[in-house]
Design a binder for this molecule. Sequence first.
Ligand SMILES: [Zn+2]
Length: 186
Amino acid sequence: MLLTMPAAYAGAEPVLPTAHPAAVVDSPSIPAARQGGEPRFPVCGPFNWGQEAAAFGGPRGGRSHEGQDVMSRTGTPEVAVTAGTVLETGNDGGRGNYMNMYDPERKLTYVYMHMNRPPRVRAGEDVEAGQRVGEVGCTGSCFGDHLHFEIRTGRGAEGAASDPRPFLERLARQDHIPSTLPPGQN
Ligand SMILES: [Zn+2]
């Protein structure tokens, strides 16, 4: 079924930041940033957990997948999961548009990859839980629009990776964001 729907993979096309002004980008579904820093699910819209390769530890051509993919539509807002500090932003052929942020309370670094355009935050910037940091896309090495999300021990993206799924599932429940996006619609 997926192969019959190439048009659905809009993220494979060149990124044109002004092509769709406010179409999905300023979705009204973004909950306000919370006072008190309660963690927030990073994707503010319909999503699913994808297939085997989307899971932490899933097969990736001889390597194992170091994050959890959250499959969602291009343009769906992404927010900081906790309060913290942006460590790094950039763009390359693997990660696409990416961002790393440090959570000093938990001493963890969160990595966001494949955003559809450069992140809305800069290195050195402090962010609140729930603050908009970018949008879902499929830049870099990617098939099917999604957020690739990693949790790394300590400050920086070089720390040991752990499975983000339990944390993400808890946040999705808490934020009432159901994992019901039909496969192939991201
Ligand atoms: Zn991934």
